[in-house]
Structures are given as structure tokens and as C-alpha cells.
Design a protein around this ligand. Structure first.
Ligand code: 5RP
Length: 224
């Protein structure tokens, strides 16, 4: 199967996974990226089963609206029944790296508001140790150089993602050469650097379930 076919398979599996959890007044959290886009497209087929969605990016909000799905402001919602999104890496604890699409901060907010995070990913995202994928860090533009120097002190090699401005008006540093042995510790440490909005480690609050697309079918994995 191609990577896109694996993404489609997990997106389809996510629809089946969430269906029993939905009621007429349910609001769903919806993520960002190519896997999330497949999920959004399938979500259109069951839009009569829920009330609306909160999106983790302007792009996903536009895609949802195009399908006739109501998109709500996160501030008007007290709880999301479920959040479905992709990832750049996952380990066996379902600690994730996210933010390849620069939506990490809104993704973390949607995750925080959701009762359950269903991660959908093709098998290439499964790793023993997080960090081969450069860790995205969203930074207030004025603090870019300072934050980069602090990230070097932590052993990483930060690279400015040229030309990218997040939906929140900030910039992204992608941190290479990290071997993330303690994801919760590093997530906390990086978030303490002044000027950091957030980083792409989803470890303190990781995924609750991972639907992983493999050539042997979609595996349903829970945190070790
Ligand atoms: C966006 C993300 C995405 O979930 C992540 O980059 C995976 O993307 P894709 O589904 O295109 O492989 O975190 O900020």
C-alpha cells in the first residue's frame, strides 16, 4: 500500500472508531495535515451524527466548512467528545511529535479540551525513540534568536522554518539532532524558555489511542 492509502485507511478507521461516541449535540476536535484531511473528507459523510467541530487550523476549518460542517470557536465549547489528528512520530507510550504542519499550538489546545485523543498515522510514524523528526517549536518572533540559543544549550540544532508564519502570527524553529529519552521532561523544559509559545511534544498529554496504518491492516494501539 502507498503511504496515502495507509493514511486513508486510518482515517476511515477513525470514523468507525468515533461513530459510537457521537450524539446529536457532540462537538469534535479536528486536526491538521494530510491524514487529518482524509479524515475530514470522510467526516462529511457522517455530518448528520454530530453538531459541529473545532478545528486546529484555519486550513482545516475551511475544509470542514466546505463540506457543510459547522465550525465553532473553541471558547464556546466546554468539552470536545473526541479529537482526531495525525502525528509526525509516535512511540509506544503514545507520546508524539506534532507540528510538521505548524499547527502545534492550536492542536495542543484542542487536545487539552478533548476527552479523548485518537491519533491516526501511517506506519512510517512509529519510532522507538522520538527525535528523528525535527521537533517544531512555536516562538514569538521577537524571541527567535534567544530561543534558538537556549535550544542549542539543550543539545539541539534549531533551524528557522523560513517563510512560515503560524495561524497565531508566530514563527517555527525545527530542532534537529534530539534523542528524546524523556519526552515529558523535555516538553516541560522547552515550554519554560521565555518566548516559546509551545513545542510539538505531546507527552504530558499524549494520545489515548493510536490507529496505525500498516500493510497488515490498521492496528489499534494503547499507551504502553
Ligand atoms: C500538523 C501536524 C500533523 O498532524 C503532522 O504533521 C502529520 O501530518 P501528515 O498527516 O500530513 O503526515 O502535527 O501540525
Amino acid at each position: 500500500m502507498t503511504q496515502d492509502q495507509l493514511k486513508q485507511a486510518v482515517a476511515r478507521a477513525a470514523i468507525e472508531y468515533i461513530k459510537p461516541k457521537l450524539g446529536g449535540d457532540s462537538i469534535i476536535g479536528v486536526g491538521t495535515g494530510s491524514t487529518a484531511n482524509f479524515f475530514i473528507d470522510y467526516l462529511g459523510e457522517i455530518k448528520h451524527l454530530f453538531a459541529g467541530a473545532v478545528a486546529s487550523s484555519d486550513a482545516s476549518a475551511a475544509r470542514l466548512k466546505n463540506l457543510g460542517i459547522d465550525v465553532l470557536d473553541c471558547n464556546s465549547v466546554s468539552e470536545l467528545v473526541v479529537y482526531v489528528d495525525g502525528a509526525d512520530e509516535s512511540n509506544a507510550y503514545l507520546h508524539l511529535i506534532k507540528g510538521g504542519g505548524a499547527a502545534l499550538t492550536r492542536e495542543k489546545i484542542v487536545r487539552a479540551v478533548s476527552k479523548e485523543f485518537v491519533c491516526i498515522a501511517d506506519g512510517s510514524k512509529w519510532v522507538d525513540v522520538l527525535g528523528k523528526f525535527p521537533l517544531p517549536v512555536e516562538v514569538i518572533p521577537m524571541a527567535r534568536s534567544y530561543v534558538a540559543r537556549e535550544l542549542v544549550k539543550l543539545g539541539g540544532t534549531p533551524v528557522y522554518r523560513d517563510g512560515v508564519v503560524t495561524d497565531n502570527g508566530n514563527v517555527i524553529l525545527d530542532v534537529y539532532n534530539l534523542q528524546i529519552i524523556d519526552p515529558v521532561g523535555l516538553e516541560t523544559r522547552i515550554n519554560q524558555i521565555t518566548g516559546v509559545v509551545t513545542n510539538g511534544l505531546f507527552a504530558a498529554q499524549g494520545a489515548d489511542v493510536l490507529l496505525l496504518g500498516t500493510n497488515d491492516g490498521v492496528k489499534t494501539l494503547y499507551p504502553r
